[in-house]
Design a protein around this ligand. Structure first.
Ligand code: IMP
Length: 425
């Protein structure tokens, strides 16, 4: 059984928590795109763990973790991450596969990402982790793949040929020998995880086994290179189609697709964001929701729930269910708003999410206003305990998007959620 958990907004929807919860019943958890630009936050026994590259399934013993072909891996960052979670899990005791086809982020890519952002007149606000340049090399057919890490001579010959082709590369290489040494050392250590991960997962599916395979997305639909707010996007496809392409699988094998969304909206980096709040509501959402980047620590831009963008994400991904996260953050707000349309300065009322970022930039949100609730619902696990205003808020979201809400998140912990249908979980 192949299932997917996909970010429905601009990332940071709280995917880590849901991947951890769903991971309990999963045999394999596989990351399918992005790299250490992601930061998946999990709270275990009051301890906060942030994973950047390693699939969140790593914290469940018996669950296989996989990184697939669509991912770019940073070997130095990966070793740091393994060390950072060593008090919770010994990764050498877990089954961890890295696809031979995944591409590798080198010190050059990280440096290039910083240079590009600092030099351009139109920065994207990237995480400066080398993601874009690594995918650029992949698309240019110049990349270093994980299978190359199995043979130190192949890494060396890749570096030498890049030095010959580019004086910028060779100058960077010669001036930063210490960074490259660290990279070579880390690459040799990471090589032990490299295998044909996709073939292993496909074999598992083919044998008609009842194993549950969970595809873990990073970032979100509106940061998708094809379907997001280009050029203010990441360099991969965080959508369900991206997951299929990364695994290389018959799309008809895909089972349930879950879209994860916060009960409000956030964005980091540049780019259009029609429901962004510049008033006290934005500050309250940021403070109550602890909206600071898990990777860069940057304050996130905060705003109201955008149901138009959400309906678009449902169409792009084919969500079967929505996991509506962080509803508890809205407690105490005297008023709530849901964006149900856009008013464009020139084209008038728009009902659908536009394809051009410049169009979205000139849109003002059309809101439906709802009453808030005072009660603290943090940790609430029973739907019947929710205030009527919170139930109404969920109903509005379901009504507008037409996709049912499977679970509602009411706090950061593993058990802080409720099922709006059965009232139980
Ligand atoms: P990059 O992925 O580092 O190249 O950054 C491109 C854009 O995606 C920037 O706006 C980043 O802030 C955004 N981005 C990348 N990763 C994440 C994430 O995990 N959460 C939210 N935004 C992200």
């Amino acid at each position: 059984m192949l299932e997917m958990l996909i970010g429905a907004q601009w990332g940071d929807e709280g995917k880590g928590k849901w991947i951890d919860i769903f991971g309990e019943n999963s045999d394999i958890v596989a990351r399918f795109q992005g790299g250490n630009n992601a930061g998946h936050t999990l709270v275990l026994d009051d301890k906060t763990i942030i994973l950047h590259q390693i699939p969140s399934g790593i914290l469940r013993s018996g669950t296989i973790s996989a990184i697939l072909s669509g991912v770019v891996i940073d070997p130095v960052g990966l070793l740091d991450e393994i060390a950072s979670i060593s008090e919770y899990v010994d990764v050498s005791n877990q089954i961890f596969w890295i696809s031979e086809r995944a591409h590798v982020i080198t010190p050059f890519h990280i440096w290039m990402d910083g240079c590009n952002e600092d030099k351009t007149l139109n920065p994207i606000g990237t995480t400066k982790r080398g993601i874009g340049p690594a995918y650029m090399d992949k698309a240019s057919r110049l990349g270093l793949t994980a299978v190359d890490l199995l043979d130190p001579d192949r890494i060396e010959s890749w570096v030498q040929s890049r030095c010959k082709e580019s004086s910028v590369f060779s100058q960077f290489y010669l001036k930063n020998k210490d960074k490259w040494e660290e990279f070579f050392e880390a690459s040799l250590q990471v090589a032990r995880f490299v295998c044909d991960a996709e073939a292993r997962i496909r074999a598992n599916l083919k044998n008609g086994s009842s194993d549950r395979i969970l595809m873990e997305g990073a970032q979100g639909t509106l940061l998708d290179m094809n379907h997001g707010t280009y050029p203010y996007v990441t360099s991969s496809n965080p959508t369900s189609g991206g997951a299929v392409a990364s695994l290389g699988v018959d799309p008809r094998k895909v089972g349930k697709i879950y879209g994860i969304a916060k009960a409000y909206t956030t964005r980091v980096g540049e780019g259009p964001f029609p429901t962004e709040c510049f008033d006290q509501y934005g500050k309250i959402l940021r403070t109550n929701g602890r909206e600071f980047g898990a990777t860069t620590g940057r304050p996130r831009r905060c705003g109201w729930y955008d149901a138009v963008a959400m309906r678009y994400a449902c169409e792009v991904n084919g969500f079967d269910f929505i996991l509506l996260n962080k509803l508890d953050v809205l407690s105490g707000l005297d008023e709530l708003r849901i964006c149900v349309g856009y008013e464009h300065s020139q084209y008038g009322r728009l009902e659908n999410f536009p394809s051009l970022s410049s169009t979205l930039e000139n849109c003002k949100p059309v809101y439906r206003y709802l009453g808030g609730w005072r009660e603290d619902i943090k940790g609430c696990t029973d739907y019947s305990d929710l205030p009527e205003a919170a139930k109404k808020y969920i109903d509005e979201i379901v009504e507008f998007t037409g996709v049912p809400v499977k679970y509602v998140g009411t706090g950061p912990g593993r058990s802080d959620f409720l099922d709006p249908k059965s009232g139980m979980h």
